[in-house]
Design a protein around this ligand. Sequence first.
Ligand SMILES: *[C@@H]1O[C@H](CO)[C@@H](O)[C@H](O)[C@H]1NC(C)=O
Ligand SMILES: *[C@@H]1O[C@H](CO)[C@@H](O)[C@H](O)[C@H]1NC(C)=O
Ligand SMILES: *[C@@H]1O[C@H](CO)[C@@H](O)[C@H](O)[C@H]1NC(C)=O
Ligand SMILES: *[C@@H]1O[C@H](CO)[C@@H](O)[C@H](O)[C@H]1NC(C)=O
Length: 416
Amino acid sequence: MAIRVRHPNLRSLILLSLLAIASAKVFFEERFDDGWENRWVKSEWKKDENLAGEWNYTSGQWNGDATDKGIQTSEDYRFYAISAEFPEFSNKDNTLVFQFSVKHEQKLDCGGGYMKLLSGDVDQKKFGGDTPYSIMFGPDICGYSTKKVHAILTYNDTNQLIKKDVPCETDQLTHVYTFIIRPDATYSILIDNVEKQTGSLYTDWDLLPPKKIKDPEAKKPEDWDDKEFIPDPEDKKPEGYDDIQKEIPDSDAKKPEDWDDEEDGEWTAPTIANPEYKGPWKPKKIKNPNYSGKWKAPLIDNPEFKDDPEIYVFPKLKYVGIELWQVKSGTLFDNVVITDDPEYAKQLAEETWGKQKDAEKAAFEEAEKKKEEEESKDDPVDSDAEEDDEDADEASNDTDAESKTETDKEDVHDEL
Ligand SMILES: *[C@@H]1O[C@H](CO)[C@@H](O)[C@H](O)[C@H]1NC(C)=O
Ligand SMILES: *[C@@H]1O[C@H](CO)[C@@H](O)[C@H](O)[C@H]1NC(C)=O
Ligand SMILES: *[C@@H]1O[C@H](CO)[C@@H](O)[C@H](O)[C@H]1NC(C)=O
Ligand SMILES: *[C@@H]1O[C@H](CO)[C@@H](O)[C@H](O)[C@H]1NC(C)=O
């Protein structure tokens, strides 16, 4: 069922090193070389409503290799749905690695960059937001609050989100996202070949009820002392403590010259807070010698828990798809791989993203510089604005500037 590593249509030496990993099974690999359109099916989803976005086959505005193309969302406010089929396989007893690269050239403020693995039979022409999937994985950004890697597993027909927070990349450069699921029900999430999260499918998703629960019958023993600190029984209130007044007459105050005892009554100095006054007396706190720690109910086996040793298994994986809504387009996908060998995926990432990333970054910085220059050229108002700024800087050197404007305002009011 699984294909032995095949010669993907290649254009460079890349493959030499990849072929060295002869034991890797590669279920699907897409570099978006020529002919990619024969392997991918564009869905008709949202076409009726004129909301189906077009893909641009491109290496993007900045890249490390202009001949290495991917597919990029090219229209704003559009739905995107595209998928590719591969020979059906099960990941039972095997590691599953799902990896791709994604670049948000548009400075994404709200939208996804994730991909899906689908099982069973899917009408690819109708693939859309409602099509059931097995795994959804990749970055999702919205505003300041959502900047995370989605890792959704479908178990018992329910989409379960990872419970751990995995921050995603937010810049405008290419990044490689890798999801590894192992037969021991552990997983890892990598970005750019660096592990960002790892753990167990049992604990980091709510696929099954928890193995252990707090004993609902357990009660805190009567004599359990959970006070960590107690008032020191040895501590005594100092003599005369209560005689200290809260307020005392201000000794610096002087009777005003023009005070008239007859008319104004007898003069008394105003009172001020007494620095000696420390509030009502409290004994100091000491560690409780009898402290028995925080009480916790003991854990017992959860009667609801029934283990599923195949919790990690997706028996009929058959399609990979991208299904997105994009407010601002410009997300570019490339180098999709589904394999059983993390090392194979790692090398693929190194040979593509790894080799190109420095040149891509330089190209991006160049593009940014050019954009800035053009903006300042196109916008002669800018020079005026700069002068204004300088004026403002001088005026705002001290708080007088603010009070000055306040006075100006008042003047205006007075005049009105
Ligand atoms: C496709 O991407 C290239 C490179 O960024 C760009 O020049 C071109 O205008 C894009 N085409 C469409 C149809 O968006
Ligand atoms: C599967 O889901 C159904 C409906 O939500 C639920 O009744 C059942 O207990 C679940 N089975 C497992 C093994 O989680
Ligand atoms: C600690 O426990 C002993 C025995 O119950 C008791 O006599 C003693 O007063 C306790 N000490 C404090 C500080 O509560
Ligand atoms: C701002 O105030 C500081 C300290 O009073 C002074 O040294 C500085 O020259 C002032 N700058 C301007 C722009 O007025």
